[in-house]
Design a protein. Structure first.
Length: 92
């Protein structure tokens, strides 16, 4: 598998949205990729959260981490990371 590099923007978004580097990498390695805009890819994976959301201070059981990335010749470059919070488990 290609190495994964996080852009500065993606690192900031991960910090603001409570996503870890490990969660981003697991999402890319373990989930199905879908085409995104401008030749990029996206994928998502749900993780247990069981905390208050940093965005609205409400309790959520789960968070879904959705990296947007470029599949380049020698590496995968994560452009940004979106995070969604919910109390419903997604069945894969």
């Amino acid at each position: 598998m290609k190495p994964i590099r996080l852009s500065n923007h993606s690192k900031l978004q991960m910090l603001l949205r409570c996503a870890t580097e490990e969660e981003v990498k697991l999402s890319i390695h373990e989930s199905t990729w879908a085409k995104a805009k401008m030749g990029k890819f996206q994928t998502k994976k749900q993780f247990s959260f069981n905390k208050m959301s940093p965005t609205n201070n409400q309790f959520y059981k789960y968070k879904t981490v959705e990296p947007i990335f470029a599949d380049e010749q020698n590496e995968i470059v994560v452009i940004t990371v979106k995070v969604y919070y919910s109390n419903q488990e997604v069945k894969s």
